[in-house]
Design a protein around this ligand. Structure first.
Ligand code: PXL
Length: 267
């Protein structure tokens, strides 16, 4: 009989289903990992403009959810997504200490698609100064990585490498920076830095695709792999293959957005 692995996500709900805890749970399921959630915010989109409204869940309610899991179930891995306040970041830090969570993946959600400025500066600052040091893996995009590394911008692979080293100095064990489509070149690159070596995955930029939820799904896939006992290098490779198919098979949801296809490898 195979073992049943379990993972927790402390994340927000994206009502449209492409990002946030919806993406995390779909990814966990595809990777045969049992998913659990502590919900932090609810994001609702305006159907006429697709502007995002964010409705925070009360801190004490989030604490109760984390206690449900930490106090009675031992997750094999956990990840964080949208943490909307410095107080919530502190709660997550305290919970990691209290429940000795392991295989911790920090997706430092600070920006959302279409909004390229740091959404909640006090939460971003708390992530940088208090949470990053607990990360077994941290998975920023280039905007989040530039913020964490305190460099003006990230435009090249060399910039990514510099940011990786600086974020490693903040205490994160492994850093994966995803250039996504923000690079000016025809390629996109994901870079893993394990504190010693860089592993660079370069691939051509795809056209006619949707990538909403790609960041959340990526970090969830890494989390699922770690829950099953994979090394960081194997987790990185498995996640690349999973995300490639998910993005190639992405589909339109409405006139504003589309979603990556979590079940693409089963098609
Ligand atoms: O992709 C970042 C993200 C994370 N979490 C939630 C979101 C979004 C983007 O919309 O809604 C809940």
């Amino acid at each position: 009989m195979s073992e049943n692995f379990k993972a927790l996500t402390i994340a927000g709900s994206d009502t449209s289903g492409s990002a946030g805890m919806e993406a995390d749970l779909k990814t966990f399921e595809e990777m045969k990992v049992y998913g659990m959630t502590a919900l932090t915010v609810i994001v609702a989109q305006n159907p006429q403009t697709w502007s995002h409204d964010i409705f925070p869940i009360e801190l004490s309610t989030i604490e109760k959810q984390i206690d449900t899991i930490g106090g009675s179930i031992t997750p094999d891995a956990m990840k964080t997504g949208m943490l909307g306040s410095a107080a919530l970041v502190e709660l997550v830090v305290n919970s990691i200490e209290k429940y000795k969570f392991k295989n911790i993946v920090i997706d430092p959600v600070m920006v959302c698609k279409g909004i390229d400025t740091i959404m909640v500066p006090e939460a971003a600052a708390a992530i940088k100064t208090k949470l990053v040091k607990y990360a077994d893996v941290i998975t920023p995009n280039t905007l989040e990585a530039a913020y964490l590394a305190d460099i003006p911008s990230i435009k090249t692979i060399d910039d990514i490498k510099t940011a990786c080293v600086k974020i490693h100095e903040l205490g994160a064990k492994n850093i994966i920076i995803k250039s996504g489509s923000r690079f000016a070149s025809d390629d996109m690159s994901d870079v893993l830095f394990d504190g010693h070596d860089f592993l660079i995955e370069q691939k051509p930029k795809l056209s006619n695709i949707y990538n909403s939820g790609a960041g959340c799904s990526f970090s969830a896939a890494i989390t699922a792999c770690l829950a099953k006992g994979a090394t960081i290098h194997d987790a990185f490779k498995t996640t690349q293959a999973f995300m490639q198919e998910a993005v190639v098979n992405s589909f339109k949801l409405n006139k504003f957005t589309g979603a990556v296809c979590h079940w693409a490898l089963r098609k």
